[in-house]
Design a protein. Structure first.
Length: 241
């Protein structure tokens, strides 16, 4: 059974959107991307009600692109749409998170195995650069930029392995595991562990050791789920019953 719909609109979550400036692109994809990023970053927390009328006013758009953007978010299970009533940011579903984690492990464990069979010095140096950037952001306690470098590192490996299109495939399924990970990231030791994982992955690729690279990636992508019970206990309102 679904939990009650909150009465608070998007504005009460402290989010204000400016009218779109880039009118050369279709509006709905831009709205989708902006809302998705706010949901994944937990700036629009699970359970937040989104007012379509308010979103139209803030983005300076008609109802059609707002509706289309919300439909795409519903397809990714990031919002729940109640016809003629309201749209709510979905609560984190651990079953969704487990399936998304399974998919990502299947792709990325094989990805690093492939990269380690023929190490590319240029790629390895680029990956080490992202790790150095992450270390700097960690020291500055800038988790937003730390996470941005994390995503860049994985995208670089997808591209180097010749599977760039799988980034979007994985992304369409990863909304729940990504939000779980965002809740995990500020916990003591998580940032340090992420850096250690990244170093282990890159050095295994550099050493031409596919088995070690695969093992390091598998462990890396399994950690947030391993802490799911603790994360949920600290943020019970963010999770589906």
């Amino acid at each position: 059974m679904s939990s009650p719909i909150p009465s608070s609109p998007a504005a009460t979550a402290g989010i204000n959107f400016s009218p779109l400036r880039d009118r050369t692109r279709h509006a709905a994809p831009q709205v989708f991307e902006l809302l998705r990023e706010k949901i994944i970053a937990l700036e629009l927390p699970p359970g937040t009600t989104l007012s379509r009328q308010e979103l139209q006013q803030q983005f300076g758009l008609s109802s059609t692109p707002i509706r289309d953007a919300l439909m795409r978010l519903e397809e990714e299970a990031l919002v729940e749409v109640f016809p003629q009533h309201a749209t709510r940011v979905s609560r984190i579903d651990l079953d969704h998170a487990r399936q998304a984690s399974f998919l990502r492990r299947a792709v990325e464990v094989e990805m690093v195995h492939t990269l380690a069979r023929q190490p590319d010095p240029a790629l390895i140096e680029r990956l080490r650069q992202t790790i150095r950037a992450q270390q700097a952001f960690a020291e500055a306690n800038d988790l937003l930029q730390f996470n941005s470098q994390d995503r860049l590192m994985h995208r670089l490996m997808h591209e180097a392995a010749g599977i760039p299109d799988l980034v979007s495939l994985v992304q369409r399924r990863n909304g729940h595991i990504e939000r779980l990970r965002r809740l995990h990231l500020p916990m003591p030791g998580k940032v340090r562990q992420t850096l250690q994982d990244h170093i282990a992955i890159v050095e295994a690729i550099a050493a031409g050791d596919p088995a070690a690279a695969s093992s390091a990636m598998r462990e890396h992508l399994s950690r947030s789920l391993a802490f799911a019970a603790e994360i949920r206990a600290q943020n019970p309102g963010y999770f589906r019953d």
